[in-house]
Design a binder for this molecule. Structure first.
Ligand SMILES: *[C@@H]1O[C@H](CO)[C@@H](O)[C@H](O)[C@H]1NC(C)=O
Ligand SMILES: *[C@@H]1O[C@H](CO)[C@@H](O)[C@H](O)[C@H]1NC(C)=O
Ligand SMILES: *[C@@H]1O[C@H](CO)[C@@H](O)[C@H](O)[C@H]1NC(C)=O
Ligand SMILES: *[C@@H]1O[C@H](CO)[C@@H](O)[C@H](O)[C@H]1NC(C)=O
Length: 391
């Protein structure tokens, strides 16, 4: 254990510092990132795949400490991972409900510990992981965070390799005691990992930058959408289905959400910033309203669609009649089989000329059926910051 921990603390911190870290190809064709940069963990990739990783000889490790800064509004996701013996012994640091969570596997035992201060407040926090004898210690902002004691019967030789990874893990996730959603919309910077100077490796072409200042919300840069199966929402067929969005409508442009029926018909809500016009559409009917809001609610009912918008000084309610098909069950069938996208217009697969009209801007909050929607849970999510908007 001692060996493993010495390795982990000294070496784990990412070596990326600064914006738009330079990535260079090395002789083996792998891309290298310098040891000092800022890493945006929200970058798109397979959900458990590390953004950057490195492998070090345990014999080269001289330090027992790693430290770095983390900033996020996202309460859940993986921060970093380390292992020895090709993944037999491992360590994972993540957030769950905003609190740091460490999970450690050593020989046949897996330990988890959670607690300390909540970190999902959008401020930069300094985290330091160290190994003092039998104890693994996580300090947050220079004060005590979490301590795990583990006494091992066997002494390990200082040999073999240590693997470190940021933003993902290298083990089968079924081995974790505490399961969690891996995607973390957060940034890591100023990493100092076990005094290591070797470059890390990455499979991505370019590391996304981190915004200077952020506020809570979901940011759509106009290049992608988040796709859900409606079957994941708590939808009761006859009670109606409500979508609500909070935003400064004078600063958003494009498709807010769209719904594709099992037959391929599209319903949507969009805002045109130039025309200051809201458009809500359910095939073949729709409404337009020429004004801006702070909040928009759209409720789909078996016989109509109702739209409620408000601003500090005004509110507006309107509706239009719709039909969902011939059978009585058409409405509930629709909602169990439809797909919904936030931030873009879904199209029919055969329509090559399809314009997705991606959303540009910040949605401060999204609710479906009165519950906050976490874009990290989308089946597919492109180019969207799920929990932070630039200010
Ligand atoms: C680790 O150290 C051993 C012994 O010095 C050496 O043979 C091996 O190539 C090193 N491995 C790496 C990845 O540097
Ligand atoms: C979404 O729904 C489709 C069609 O019912 C299904 O094939 C697919 O597996 C679902 N995806 C997820 C992630 O649930
Ligand atoms: C938005 O409104 C402007 C001005 O009326 C118009 O030129 C433009 O085509 C509209 N955009 C979309 C996507 O409908
Ligand atoms: C909408 O439906 C209601 C109730 O069926 C009916 O009274 C009303 O006339 C309809 N409105 C329009 C515009 O068709």
């Amino acid at each position: 254990m001692a060996v493993f921990w010495r390795a982990l603390t000294g070496g784990v911190l990412l070596a990326l510092l600064g914006w738009g870290a330079e990535i260079q190809g090395n002789s083996a064709g792998k891309k290298e990132v310098s040891g000092s940069a800022t890493v945006n963990l929200g970058q798109e990739r397979d959900i458990w795949r590390p953004l950057i990783h490195t492998t070090i000889n345990l014999s080269e490790i001289r330090s027992i400490k790693s430290s770095f800064q983390l900033r996020t509004f996202d309460p859940e996701g993986v921060i970093f991972y380390g292992d020895t013996k090709k993944g037999q012994d491992w360590f994972v640091l993540s957030l769950k409900d905003g609190f740091p969570l460490m999970q450690i596997s050593k020989e046949d035992m897996v330990v988890s510990v959670t607690g300390g201060p909540k970190l999902d407040d959008g401020k930069w926090h300094t985290l330091e992981v160290s190994n003092e004898g039998k104890f693994v210690i996580l300090d947050v902002d220079d004060s005590g965070g979490l301590v795990v004691g583990m006494l091992s019967k066997t002494e390990e030789a200082l040999s073999g390799e240590l693997r470190l990874a940021l933003g993902g893990v290298l083990i089968d996730t079924e081995k974790l005691i505490v399961q969690f959603q891996p995607q973390l919309d957060g940034c890591v910077r100023d990493g100092s990992w076990l005094d290591l100077t070797e470059p890390w490796e990455t499979e991505v072409e370019e590391l996304w930058p981190c915004y200077q200042d952020v506020k809570p919300g979901s940011y759509f840069p106009g290049t992608g959408l988040a796709l859900f199966n409606t079957s994941v929402f708590p939808i009761k067929a006859d009670g109606g289905v409500t979508f609500e969005v909070w935003a400064d409508f004078s600063n958003i442009d494009g498709t807010i959400f769209s719904i594709k029926s099992p037959k391929g018909e599209i319903s949507s809500a969009s805002f045109n910033k130039t025309a200051k016009e809201l458009r809500v559409f359910h095939y073949p009917m729709g409404i337009t309203e020429k004004t801006t809001f702070d909040r928009m609610g759209v409720t789909f009912l078996p016989d109509m669609v109702s739209v409620n918008c408000s601003r500090v000084d005004m509110s507006l309610s309107t509706s239009f009649n719709v039909s969902w098909g011939d059978s009585e069950s058409a409405f509930s069938t629709f909602w169990t089989e439809a797909q919904i996208a936030f931030g873009g217009l879904l199209g029919n697969d055969e329509d090559n000329a399809h314009d997705p009209q991606f959303l540009t801007g910040c949605l401060e909050k999204i609710q479906v059926q009165g519950q906050d929607l976490d874009l990290d849970l989308a089946i597919k999510r492109q180019s969207i910051s799920s929990h932070s908007c630039p200010t």
